[in-house]
Design a protein around this ligand. Structure first.
Ligand SMILES: Nc1ncnc2c1ncn2[C@@H]1O[C@H](COP(=O)(O)OS(=O)(=O)O)[C@@H](OP(=O)(O)O)[C@H]1O
Ligand SMILES: Nc1ncnc2c1ncn2[C@@H]1O[C@H](COP(=O)(O)OP(=O)(O)O)[C@@H](O)[C@H]1O
Length: 199
């Protein structure tokens, strides 16, 4: 079909389904969302290691890393965060087309941005994982010293301090990192994937 912009979509002969069959597992986005310091990076790194050891093909996209490259032109104003998540959503969709279990670790504070990514995907391909820890707990952990800087007025619009975080309403999984250990959290996500026949 020719679009209004005269761009034509080319179908390949090797599909997502072919790739999934060859890999012997499904592909989907494991979308970690939560405050800075809640544990998104820690959990996605540990989960990826466990999945790799189980023979699952994975790729991980992480906020800080992507902002060094693909999204180095974006800041933290609401419009920039919207664009950040839109691009990451599109990249993640390609990764899922490539047959990979794709792990993403972005604050993604706006519900409509997360819902946009969900809308790009087919049923079951977007697994929203709300990584919960209170602002107080994240501020105590402060692994990068950013809360301290935000409180000192050296960072404006810091999520949870003077920029909003909209909690997921019906995430597929909630991980409370104030009560669960890293290992328990990883096992909970792997159990979900097995129960729902992703692998
Ligand atoms: N103003 C402000 N608010 C929140 N976070 C900030 C800010 N400035 C810099 N950082 C650092 O950037 C990381 C968040 O980037 P993300 O791409 O995940 O953010 S977003 O999804 O677009 O909101 C975040 O990383 P994580 O701690 O891993 O979440 C911070 O290290
Ligand atoms: N149960 C837990 N799960 C995940 N991280 C935890 C937990 N308990 C303490 N932490 C610590 O909290 C910090 C979370 O930082 P990080 O993973 O970078 O968060 P985020 O990516 O959400 O900003 C790390 O220093 C980690 O060791």
């Amino acid at each position: 079909m020719v679009s209004e912009k005269n761009i034509v979509w080319h179908e390949g002969k090797v599909t997502k389904l072919h790739r999934q069959n060859m890999n012997r597992h499904k592909s989907a986005i494991l979308w970690f969302t939560g405050l800075s310091g809640s544990g998104k990076s820690t959990l996605s790194v540990e989960l990826e290691k466990s999945l790799y050891e189980m023979g699952i093909k994975t790729f991980r996209l992480d906020g800080d890393n992507i902002r060094h490259g693909l999204n180095s032109d974006l800041g933290f104003a609401e419009k920039d965060r919207n664009e950040n998540i839109r691009r990451i959503g599109e990249v993640s969709k390609l990764m899922v087309e490539a047959g990979l279990m794709t792990l993403t670790a972005f604050i993604s504070p706006y519900k409509k941005d997360r819902e946009f990514v969900r809308s790009l995907m087919e049923g079951g391909e977007f697994i929203e994982i709300y990584v919960h820890a209170s602002v107080e707990e994240c501020e105590n952990r402060d692994p990068k010293g950013l809360y301290k800087k935000a409180r000192a007025g050296k960072i404006n619009g810091f999520t949870g301090i003077d920029s909003p975080y909209e909690m997921p309403v019906e995430p597929e999984l909630i991980i409370n990192t104030e009560v669960m250990t890293i290992n328990e959290s990883v096992l909970k996500i792997i159990s979900y994937l097995k129960e729902h026949h992703y692998m």
